[in-house]
Design a binder for this molecule. Structure first.
Ligand code: ADP
Length: 482
């Protein structure tokens, strides 16, 4: 009983046996009753016919011999036993008993069919005959007033006919045999049909089971055939969808894993350069340069510069890992963006002045409220302005603009720097991607600035865009939520 197939077959079989048995029993009972009723009907008609025969003629007692012959012939032809009984129960004719032995018969007045006929005109009974020791059905009839007394047998009160039940029993036996035969045929058909149906049901389930086993073992390229739109078909479809999803998730995980180890490699590499330089300067100083007044200060300053770079790198690394792990929570508030931008630009005045550069802020006169995390946006826009100043040559101007275009607030930073080649543009937001590595190091870049900018802008539901023209300058811009 462990497989679905056995369960289905067994259930079908059980119900079929039950239904067939109940129907078979009811059917045979009904048929038996019908046949028996018909037999009683026929015998009843026979008694009427016999009564007519016995009322025929006018010869009186002289005709008895002839009548007896006639009755004998009828009894023989119809395989019936005919008995004539008088009002006191005495048998004065019986087709199965010679006249000479009639006096040995016991009184029939208390026979059930006679008692019934006495009451209601006709009576019937089934029993084993004491006279001939066979199962017999008896039908008796009382001569009624309308018929009047028989001329031949004036004593005649009851006409009784009986037949052996053997024939009826034989017919019933045959019918029952046929019913059982039909039931066996139906059962065989049910077994075959249930096997076919259960196989149809269980085969796809077994198939699904096999493939799920494969999937469990890691073979995600398996596809289940969807052959129908029923529950099994839908299940196969769902499993296929699940496998596809799993496959995509695994791909994504592998990709993330690759990115992670690539990042780790990059980080180690990035850290190594300043540490190596720092170590080098310190070693030179230890090995004697510390006492050489012409170089010692320059070397210490250089060591300090590399330590500074290392600090910047670590700060950016911590920042980006906090953003990417989701640890850094944004707190969005409405704030006035024009004054905020002016303040931010002013913070860069010192750095700009070192290269005789200018930071010009162009904002509308009105106050504009935007929704965002002020500190994070300061970091993002700060990184963009910082890059503009770093990569542009001395004496240039960087424009920080805020415009309202079609109801949208757009913040942009444009510089007069060297510009970025189109092929590099899509990649500058990647971690550690630099157009010119040497130049980036020289100006103290970490390669993480724009990656941080991208994250912050995207966390504000916006998108950073960049346009650039070689020799003319670069513009970074993004929209702010009002
Ligand atoms: P870095 O710390 O190297 O500046 P970023 O992520 O901030 O790293 O920038 C990535 C690269 O994009 C830089 O190395 C530089 O090559 C290029 N870049 C960024 N901003 C500018 C700009 N305003 N003008 C020209 N090149 C830029």
């Amino acid at each position: 009983m462990s497989s679905v197939r056995t369960k289905i077959t067994f259930t079908y079989l059980l119900f079929s046996v039950l239904i067939i048995s109940v129907l078979g029993i009811l059917f045979s009972i009904e048929i038996e009753r019908y046949i028996f009723d018909r037999l009683l009907g026929t015998l009843n008609t026979e008694t009427k016919a016999l009564s007519a025969i016995l009322h025929e003629g006018s010869g009186g007692a002289e005709q008895r011999g002839e009548k007896a012959k006639e009755l004998n012939a009828v009894a023989k032809a119809s395989l019936m036993r005919i008995t004539l009984i008088d009002s006191s129960g005495v048998v004065f004719y019986d087709s199965s008993v010679p006249d000479s032995l009639l006096h040995t018969l016991e009184n029939h007045g208390r026979r059930p069919e006679i008692l019934e006929a006495m009451h209601s005109g006709t009576g019937s009974n089934v029993r084993t005959s004491r006279t001939i020791e066979h199962d017999l059905v008896y039908v008796a009839r009382q001569i009624d007033v309308v018929e009047g007394p028989s001329v031949v047998y004036p004593n005649l009160q009851f006409i009784r006919v009986s037949v052996e039940l053997t024939d009826v029993n034989k017919i019933m036996y045959e019918i029952r045999f046929k019913i059982v035969l039909a039931a066996i045929v139906v059962l065989i058909l049910v077994i075959i049909a249930s096997q076919v149906i259960s196989r149809r049901l269980s085969n796809p389930i077994v198939e699904i089971g096999d493939i799920v086993k494969e999937i469990k073992a890691g073979n995600l390229d398996q596809k289940l055939p969807v052959r129908s739109q029923d529950e099994i078909g839908r299940l196969a479809g769902l499993i296929n969808e699940m496998t596809d999803r799993l496959k995509a998730d695994i791909e994504q995980m592998k990709k993330l894993e690759r990115v992670r180890s690539e990042f780790l490699g990059n980080v180690s590499h990035e850290l190594r350069t300043p540490i190596f330089s720092l170590k080098g300067f310190l070693e030179t100083l230890i090995e004697g340069a510390i006492d050489d007044k012409t170089v010692n200060r320059a070397f210490v300053e250089k060591a300090y510069h590399h330590a500074n770079r290392l600090d910047g790198l670590l700060t950016d690394l911590i920042e980006i890992s906090r953003i990417e792990s989701g640890e850094m929570k944004m707190s969005f508030r409405y704030f006035e963006v024009c004054s905020w931008l002016k303040q931010l630009a002013a913070d860069f005045a010192d750095i700009a002045s070192k290269k005789k550069q200018k930071v010009v802020v162009e904002v509308p006169d009105s106050e504009i409220l935007v929704l965002g995390d002020k500190d994070r946006l300061k970091q993002a826009v700060g990184n963009i302005i910082d890059n503009a100043l770093k990569y542009s040559s001395d004496g240039t101007t960087t424009f920080v603009r805020l415009e309202e275009i079609e109801g949208k607030v757009v913040l942009s930073v444009s510089d007069m720097g060297p510009g970025i080649e189109p092929e590099h543009l899509p990649r500058i937001f990647e971690r550690f991607y630099r157009v010119d590595k040497a130049r980036s190091r020289e100006v103290g870049g970490t390669g993480l600035g724009l990656a941080i900018v991208k994250h912050i802008v995207e966390a504000h539901g916006s998108k950073i865009s960049v346009t650039s023209e070689i020799g003319k300058g670069t513009t970074f811009s993004f929209e702010l939520k009002k």
